[in-house]
Ligand binder design. Structure first.
Ligand code: PGA
Length: 250
């Protein structure tokens, strides 16, 4: 399975800035090493420009940071999968920890987004991860299981597993400079893999599990080489083309 290197630009970059960074990345990573794919996830407003900048780049894909689980309707401020696809996106995140913890998204809503996004033809990256308090209280496995099961509860078991990614992102490692240790990453990814196999059977081995949380050029190659790590989801270190290219090429 190809490893996915995803750049989550969060609420950063104007259209022009996104186009410049995307073009620069396409140039720096003109030939990602075999078996690697690059996914750029700009804010909604820069999807079209970012997509145009990577249109001819080999193994580059475009994704959105969120979606609303309906085709259209009276949902002020929301964006449907059809609209995202119209902008060129083929992937979307569901349940990023900032949406769960700052915007108050529930497990149930994240599950609806995951199921609807997949049914609409998008590939979905379902984000899960424990807070520091939950980890300290020994609740890692319980939180990951709850978020993973709820996130995938509406997904048909015969779904193409290659359209699903689960990103394990410990909340305490996001944007903090704290990286989960190798043993912690292997443990959490092993839990996610077991859950995926429980839900999808042997196909659960074909869904990708990404790690996210303070991934940098200096730690990327070690992380990407760990058991059950099929890619990385990168925030801060994805904003500059030079820095993110060093992660993709690490
Ligand atoms: P970070 O963010 O790389 O800045 O820690 C990761 C994420 O939120 O996806």
């Amino acid at each position: 399975m190809n490893k996915l290197f995803a750049a989550n630009w969060k609420m950063h970059k104007t259209r022009a800035e996104a186009a410049t960074t995307a073009s620069e990345l396409a140039r720096l990573c003109a030939a990602p090493p075999a078996g690697r794919e690059v996914l750029l996830i700009p804010p909604f407003t820069a999807l079209a420009e970012t997509g145009a900048a990577i249109a001819t780049a080999d193994r580059f894909f475009l994704g959105a940071q969120n979606l609303y689980p309906a085709d259209h309707g009276a949902f002020t401020g929301e964006i449907s999968p059809a609209m995202l696809k119209d902008c060129g996106a083929t992937f979307a995140l569901a349940g990023h920890s900032e949406r769960r913890h700052i915007l108050g998204e529930s497990d149930a809503l994240v599950g609806e987004k995951t199921a609807f996004g997949l049914a609409s033809g998008l590939k979905i990256i379902l984000c899960v991860g424990e807070t520091l308090d939950e980890r300290k209280a020994g609740r890692l496995a319980e939180v990951i299981e709850r978020q993973t099961r709820a996130g995938l509860s509406g997904v048909p078991v015969d779904v193409d597993p290659e359209r699903i990614c689960v990103a394990y992102e410990p909340v305490w490692a996001i944007g903090t400079g704290l990286v989960a240790g190798s043993a912690e990453i292997v443990e959490a990814h092993g839990l996610v893999r077991k859950l995926l196999e429980g839900i999808f059977g042997a196909n659960g081995r074909l869904a990708r599990i990404l790690y996210g949380g303070s991934v940098k050029p200096g730690n990327a190659s070690e992380i990407i080489g760990l058991d059950n790590v099929d890619g990385v989801l990168v925030g801060g270190a994805s904003l500059k083309a030079d820095e993110f290219s060093r992660i993709v090429l690490a």
